[in-house]
Write a protein that binds this ligand. Structure first.
Ligand SMILES: [Zn+2]
Length: 149
C-alpha cells in the first residue's frame, strides 16, 4: 500500500494515460509483435521513440497541453472512423436506407420502399426536395424470409 500511495503522490498533477496514450501504447504493442517477425531496425527505433513519447506524455506536468493533444487526437480519430461507422450502420440496419441529402449533406434515414425506383424525399434539415433512385428491394426479401420460417 505504501508503494501505491507513493505512486499516487508521484502521479498527482501529471497527465497519466489518456486516449492518445492508450492508442500510442496499442500501436507500440502491435509494432512490437510485428517486429518479432520482421526484425527491422526501423521498427525498433519507432517503438523506442513511441515508448519515450508515451512515458513523456504520462509523466508530463503540462496537463493543459497534453489534454489539448488528446482532444486533437480524438477529433482526428472521429473523422477517420466516420466512414466506417456509416458502413457499419448500413450493415446492421436492414430495414432502412441511408441517403445523403444533395444540398446539406445530412444523412437521411428512409424506410425501405416496397418497390425499386425514384423516391422523393423532403430533407428535414434544409427543407429541400431530394429525388433518390432506390435499387434495393430488401423489404420484399425479408418478407420471403419470414414466410420460409
Ligand atoms: Zn438537406
Amino acid at each position: 500500500m505504501k508503494f501505491l500511495n507513493k505512486l499516487q503522490q508521484f502521479m498527482y498533477g501529471r497527465s497519466g494515460l489518456d486516449s492518445l496514450g492508450i492508442f500510442l501504447f496499442k500501436l507500440y504493442l502491435v509494432l512490437l509483435v510485428i517486429n518479432i517477425f520482421m526484425k527491422s531496425n526501423v521498427i525498433l527505433i519507432v517503438t523506442l521513440v513511441l515508448i519515450i513519447i508515451i512515458l513523456y506524455r504520462m509523466l508530463s506536468k503540462n496537463i493543459y497541453k497534453r489534454s489539448d493533444e488528446n482532444v486533437k487526437f480524438l477529433k482526428i480519430k472521429k473523422k477517420f472512423l466516420k466512414p466506417f461507422s456509416n458502413i457499419k450502420r448500413k450493415i446492421n440496419d436492414k430495414n432502412h436506407i441511408y441517403k445523403k441529402c444533395r444540398y446539406c449533406k445530412t444523412i437521411l434515414k428512409l424506410p425501405l420502399p416496397n418497390k425499386r425506383g425514384f423516391k422523393k424525399v423532403k430533407c428535414p434539415e434544409c427543407k429541400k426536395r431530394n429525388k433518390f433512385l432506390i435499387l434495393r428491394e430488401e423489404k420484399i426479401e425479408l418478407i420471403r424470409n419470414n414466410k420460409s420460417k
